[in-house]
Write a protein that binds this ligand. Sequence first.
Ligand SMILES: [Zn+2]
Length: 586
Amino acid sequence: MRQAPAAEEGGRDWQPWAILAVLALALVAIVWLTHPGERPLAKRTAESGLPLTSEQKSVDFQAADLSFEVLADSERLNGRAVLSFLVKAPIRKLQFDLDPELPISRIDVDGGKLDRPGWENDGGLVTVRLPEPKRAGDRLTLAITYGGRPHVAKHAPWDGGFVWAHTKDGRPWVATAVEGEGCDLFWPCFDNSRVEVGTVTQHIVVPKGLSAPSNGRLLGVDQLADGRTRWNWRASHPNNYAVAIDVAPFRLAQHIHLSRFGNRFPIQYWYLPGEDRQAAALLAEMERTVDFFEATIGPYPFGDEKVGVVETPHLGMEHQTINAYGNAYKAAPEGYDWLFDHEFSHEWFGNQLTNADWDDMWLHEGFATYMQPLTLEWLRGRMAYDAAMFKERQQIANTHPIVSGLHQTESYVSDPQRGPGTDIYYKASWMLHTLRGLIGDDAFWRATRRLVYGRPDPRPGNFQPRFASTDEFVALASQESHRDLRWFFDVYLRQARLPRLVVGRIGTALTLQWRTPGGLPFPMPVEVRVDGRTEVVPMSSGHGALTLPNAFSLVTVDPDSKILRQSDAIDRFRADPASKIPYGPS
Ligand SMILES: [Zn+2]
C-alpha cells in the first residue's frame, strides 16, 4: 500500500533483484495463506449466530451423538454425527451448518442411506432433502459421516479451530476452541447460541496412551483391538461452542466436593505429566473457588456431571464442565489464577445462563470479568479488589455501545472496529461495580441470581440452563431495587461515551452536574468527602450543590470510586503512545 507514493516521489526504477524479492515474498505469502488448515473459512462458517433458517426453526434439536476419530499424526478428523430432532412444523428438507472443508461422504435419514444428490453443502450450509415430508410431531434422525482436515486455529482462542500441539516429550496435545466461529468447525450443528442440544454424547477415539476428557459425565472408556481407546462422555444442554475435544497423555487430579448446598460432585483437573505439584495447587484453588462462587451466586450449575478443567496449549475457554486452562500456573502478585477464575465463572455466566443473542454477550463476559475482583476481595481484602478494578478501568475504550439493540453475530461484538470489543469485559464489569454501589449487595445479588437461574431460590435439581437478555436483567435489577433503573443501563450500555461529572467550586460553593451523551437523564447520587466527612449529593435532576465549611476545605468527589465516569487522566493516559495499558483477562 505504500508503493504508489514512493513511485510518485522518486520515480525510481525497480531493479530485477527487487522484483524477484517481491515475487518470492508473494510466493511465501500464498503458501502461508493456502497451507492446509490455515485457509480462510467459508463466509458462513466463519460466522456464529446467523439467523436460523425456517426449517431449523421447525425442529427441536434433541440429541447429538458424536463419534470422532482424532488422527493426531496426520492432523485429521473423521466424524459420524447422529442428530435427533422432534419436528414442530411440516418440512421437506432440513439444514445444518458444517465447514465445507470437511466433506460429507454419507447421510442416512431415519436409518436409510440417502442417494448422493440428496444433500449439498453450499458454503457451509448443508441442505438435506428428506425422502418423505415430515409433519409436526414426527421424529427425524440424520446420521452424517464426514471427515478431513479441520480448520486450524492460528491464535486460539481469539480465532477458532483445532490446535495441534505437542507435549515436551513430543506426544500429541490437541485442543479445540471455536467460540467465535462456532460448532460447525468440527461437527454438524445449528451454529446459533440460541440452540442448545438437549443431550450431547461424544465417543472420542484417540491414539494409544492418550486420554480424551470432555464435556459432562464419563460413560466409560473402551479399549480397541488396535491399542487405541474410545472415550465416551454425555452432557446435558451444553452451549454449541462449548462442545470440546482435548487429547493428550493427561493425568487426572480429582477431589469429591461436598457442596454447601448438600450435593457432592467430582472436581477434576486433567493435566500434562510432570506437573503433579502445580496440579495439586490448582485443584485446591478450584475447590475454594467453587465454594466462593456457590456462596456468592448460587449452586454450581452442573453438579450432576462434574467440575472439569483441562490443560490446553491455548490460553482458555469456557467449555462446559471441561474448561480450557492454558495459563501455565503463572505466578501473580494477587495470589490467584485469573484465567482459571475467569473461565470457571462462565459455568454460571455463559453456560448456565446463555445470552439470548450475541448482542447480550456482556452478560457472559462482564459478569465473568467482575467475578475476578470479587474473588480477590474475598481472598485478599479491599486492596486487591480496588487494584483489579483500577487495572480494568484503564482498558475501557468507549468507542461503541455495549448493546446495540439489534441482532448481532459473535464476530461483530468482538470486533472493536465495528462493535464493543473488550468493553463487554471491562466496561461491563465496571458498570456492575457501579450498579452494586447504587442498589446495594442484597438487591444486586438477588437480581443476578434470578438472571442466572430464573428463580430466586436455586437448589440443586430445581433449575435448568436458560437464556437471558439485557432487557431481562434491566427489569430484574429494577424489581429487586424497587426503582426504575432504565436510565442507568441506557447510559452505560446503549451509549458509547461515559457520563461526565462536571465539578465547579467558587469559594464555599461546590456544584456538581452530570453530562451524558444526548443529554440523557442520569440521576446518579454522588458521594463527596469534605474535610474527612462523606456526604451524599442526591443529583435527582442530574445536578446538585454543597456549601463547604470554608474556602480551604479539602474535597474528594466519589472518594471510594463507586461510579464509572469519564476521566480526563485516563483519557490522556490511553491516548499517549508511551502509555502501557495493563494486559488483563479476556
Ligand atoms: Zn470470558
